[in-house]
Write a protein that binds this ligand. Structure first.
Ligand code: SF4
Length: 444
């Protein structure tokens, strides 16, 4: 391969927001090192595929993407979660140039340098990398990853074996990145990790510095500091530990968004124990009630699994009762499907496929009515929304209750107002359907 001043790298990013953040870091480094990033196979000198290996369908999608890149371009480096299965990848695609694992930024960038050398180092005066780095999300929101890995061992999950134990980023670094993103125009930060509540536990909540001020690497202190930035801050992957109570006042005061993404996964204590879930012994209903007393605006999003091995009719009824009591706003549910290498595969009494699907159906029906009622209750309220896009007379926006890509949206009629993506505006909610709200801009 001839050396070129600005070799061109194609990039395919698969998987969850955490993988997206990894892709952004790799791309930022490649640009800093003098590579051009191109959007198609034809013009790329080499293609990096950032894979996902979370569930079997993600593995299949990743394998397909590798196959496509090989046949379209031929020179492929594989990275990301599926990278832990290097042998399988190389067996299926012997032409792959290199395989690196999750969070191995230096390794994948090193592999690009090996297989596609660049003669010219990055010149900061000529090749500007934007101060916020390369972002794959729209300009006005960004994912901010605060830690890697996870100390839990949920029986259905193989993330710890792919990504390792919890490694928290220094809070000074996290805040510096948050400020950089804000200064580059980001209006909403989405805080992600595998376990946001555990932030700092691995480094004993070490004190670091932000703007010369000592600050502990811990969830509460992080939320307080982020709350000072004056932009939206949304928390994902929070587990319902008692210390989460401490951030409710920040939400009630409007410092961070009144929104919690808590993957409960089930409600039956027996199943939670067999899933080995974090905070499995907490009384979640009592906790949710207490949170809503402090912050009535709180939106709770969650995910659940129906038909986990050993789930009895009684366990499932318990789950439905929990839904009725908890009145969660946004909920996703999956029928349990075994993940290659997960401990749960050894559990007894698997639920027959038909019963799993039947339970999933009942779950979704129960929750759909709850979610629709909760949306309906917002008709007549006034909400601040963040504009995501404007298309002629219609704009798509989100309120504090809507995370991008996973929740609903607020449809806004633009009328004669001049608005653009990234604007915060006030709307009166005039209508609701099953998933979304419809709003009218509040005049002067
Ligand atoms: S908390 Fe459980 S499900 Fe989440 S990453 Fe850790 S082990 Fe997996």
């Amino acid at each position: 391969m001839p050396m070129s001043a600005h070799p061109k790298v194609g990039f395919v990013s698969l998987g969850c927001p955490k993988a997206l953040v990894d892709s952004e870091r790799i791309l930022t480094q490649l640009r800093t090192d003098g590579y051009d990033v191109v959007p198609d196979y034809d013009n790329a000198d080499l293609v990096v595929v950032n894979t996902c290996g979370f569930i079997d369908s993600a593995v299949a999608e990743s394998m397909d993407a590798i196959g496509e890149a090989i046949s379209e371009n031929g020179r492929v480096i594989v990275t990301g979660c599926l990278g832990v299965k290097a042998d399988e990848i190389k067996a299926q695609f012997p032409k792959v140039l290199a395989v690196t694992g999750p969070q191995a930024y230096e390794e994948v960038v090193g592999a690009v340098h090996t297989h596609l050398p660049t003669v010219q180092k990055h010149d900061p005066f000529l090749d500007l990398v934007p101060p916020q780095g390369i972002k794959l999300t729209p300009r006005h929101y960004a994912y901010l990853k605060i830690s890697e890995g996870c100390n839990h061992r949920c029986s259905f999950c193989i993330i710890p074996s792919m990504r390792g134990n919890l490694v928290s980023r220094d809070i000074g670094d996290v805040m510096a990145e948050a400020e950089r993103l804000k200064n580059a125009g980001v209006r909403e930060l989405l805080i992600i990790s595998q376990d946001t509540s555990a932030y700092g536990v691995d480094i004993k909540y070490r004190t670091a510095f932000w703007n010369g001020r000592p600050i502990k690497t811990r969830m509460l202190e992080l939320c307080e500091a982020l709350g000072e930035l004056g932009i939206w801050v949304r928390l994902h992957y929070v587990y319902p530990y008692p210390h989460v109570d401490n951030i409710m006042p920040l939400m009630a005061e409007g410092k961070i968004l009144p929104y919690l993404d808590i993957p409960f996964q089930h409600a039956s204590p027996r199943i939670l124990k067999s899933m080995k879930r974090p905070a499995a012994s907490e009384n979640n209903l009592t906790r949710i009630k207490a949170w809503r007393e402090i912050c009535p605006e709180l939106t709770i999003r969650s995910t659940f699994i129906a038909g986990f091995p050993g789930e009895t009719d009684e366990d499932f009824e318990h789950l439905l009762e929990f839904l009725e009591e908890a009145q969660l706003d946004r909920v996703g549910c999956f029928a349990y499907s075994p993940v290659d290498g997960a401990k749960a595969n050894e559990l007894e009494n698997p639920v027959p496929e038909e019963l799993k699907q039947e339970r999933l159906q009942r779950f979704m029906e129960t929750q759909a009515a709850i979610s629709a009622n909760r949306l309906q209750a917002k008709v007549g309220t006034r909400q601040v929304v963040l504009i995501d896009s404007v298309n002629g007379e219609n704009a798509i926006a989100r309120s504090s209750a809507d995370a991008p890509e996973i929740d609903g949206v607020v449809h806004v009629s633009v009328d004669d107002y001049e608005i653009e993506a990234g604007d915060f505006i006030e709307v009166d909610v005039v209508q609701a359907d099953e998933h979304d709200l419809y709003g009218q801009i509040v005049g002067e």
